[in-house]
Each structure stands twice: as C-alpha cells, then as structure tokens.
Design a binder for this molecule. Sequence first.
Ligand code: G
Ligand code: G
Ligand code: MN
Ligand code: NA
Length: 252
Amino acid sequence: LEMENHLRQSLDRKELEIVYQPQVDCMKGAITGVEALLRWNHTTKGYISPSDFIPVAEEIGLIDAIGEWVLRGACRQMNAWHRQTDEPLMISVNISVKQLHDERFVDKVITILEETGLEARYLEMEITENVAMQDKQMGVLNRLRQLGISISVDDFGTHYSSLSYLKRFPVTKIKLDQSFVRGVQTDDKDRAMIKAIISVANAFQLQMIAEGVETEEQADFLVANGCHHIQGYYFYKPMKPAQLQAILNKEL
Ligand code: G
Ligand code: G
Ligand code: MN
Ligand code: NA
C-alpha cells in the first residue's frame, strides 16, 4: 500500500526517469536503435526496478499515465537526436498489454507523435506475450501497424503459445529473451533453442534481436547463426540521455 501511494506521486515528484540502451547491428558495426527503459528513483528507498513497480502500476490503474509519460519522453528525446544526425535511429518503447486495453490508446499515440514530431516509422513498441492479449488488442496492434509503427515481441520464447502468436499478430520483430543467451556457453538446449527461434524468425520473415548479450562468445554465436542485431552489456548498458548523446556525437 505504501508503494501504491508513493507510485501515485512519483510522476508529480519527478522521480521517474528514462534511460536508453543502444541496439547494435553487428554487420554494420553501428547503433541502429535504442530501447527506452523506465527507472524509479524513490526518495527514501532508492532505485526500484520496473519489474517490481510496473505490476503495481497495472494493478492500481496507473499504467496508462506512466506509459504515456514514457512514450512521450522517449519520442521527444529521439526526435531531438534525429535533428542532429543523418542516420535516424529507431526508438523501442515497452508497452504493457494493459495499455492496449485502453480504447483511447491509439489516439494518444497519434497525439504524442504529433506533439513530439517523431515519424511513426521510427517508433517500435515492445510487447511481451501475455494472456491478456485478445482479438480486441490485435485490432489495436493492426491500427498501430497501419500508422507505420513497428511491433516487437519482447522476451520471446519464455511465455506461452509463441508460435500461434506469430501467426495471429501483426508483429515485425522477435526479441530473443536473455535467459537463452545466458546459456550459450554452457547449455546445449539453450543453443538449440536459439537456433530454432532464429529459424522461426526467418520462416516468418521477421526481424530479430537478442537481448542480454554480455560476452564476446555469446555475440559470436548469435552472429554465426544469423542473429546480428544485439542488445546487451557487452556493447552498452542502459544510460542517461547525455551519455548516449556523447556516444552518438562520436559515432554518427
Ligand atoms: O530495465 P530493466 O531490466 O530493469 O527492466 C525490467 C523490466 O521492466 C523489463 O521486463 C522491461 O521490459 C520492463 N520495463 C522497463 N521499462 C518499462 C516501461 O517503460 N514500460 C513497461 N511496461 N515496462 C518496462
Ligand atoms: O524485458 P525487457 O527486454 O524490456 O528488459 C530489458 C532489460 O534487460 C532491461 O531492464 C535492461 O536493463 C536489461 N539488460 C539489458 N542488457 C542486459 C545484459 O546484458 N545483461 C543483463 N543482465 N541485463 C540486461
Ligand atoms: Mn523490452
Ligand atoms: Na525482455
């Protein structure tokens, strides 16, 4: 209950913050996108992980407001970066399935794109497979796709019915969960799973990215097997905008 009350005030108190983690295309040797990741710097408790407070936000009906705040902030930041470079990066924003239940969601997204100036084709929404995803939410995803927004299945392979999802959903990308990547050097089954998921991505003509890549061996294995988009500490950790800005200034 205490967390609920604090969470309700976190937006007004400016305790929420967005950090950005680059996504690298190993073939190009360049950053091609960044994922926006929410952080809560609680006044007394310090840093609280989104894994802990997003479920609370969903439960108390605060996810729409928080999600909108993240989306607006991330789009605004990316549009600012776009004005400084010739090679525009993609911005990936995590969207809770609960947000898709809001019938005004698509209109809010359109408004945010207009307000921030970001073109829809540079926005990707990362959505985790979820039982709450029903036909109605698929309609929402289709409308987002029609606007030119990309849809990525986050944590792919860890939840239920992954394959039937891909058949039914208008997705553009699979995001390989870090639990598989962690086993690259030690677990035959994880290696087999990664290869299988890469085949699935190819068969469905979907883009693919691996997350949680921490070592050279993991990156090498992924690239050798056809997954060359990589996100993970091996390349970059999530960082504050100013720090990423400095990296982009050097790179681009
Ligand atoms: O960045 P970190 O590893 O702490 O994130 C933990 C979890 O929180 C991840 O599953 C991530 O998808 C989720 N998360 C991070 N930022 C957001 C956000 O802005 N919205 C939602 N819904 N989830 C987020
Ligand atoms: O579920 P989602 O993909 O949104 O979560 C991404 C989370 O993974 C982020 O919170 C980010 O902080 C974390 N992350 C990103 N790269 C790495 C990594 O290389 N190792 C670990 N352990 N976590 C990572
Ligand atoms: Mn994500
Ligand atoms: Na994930």
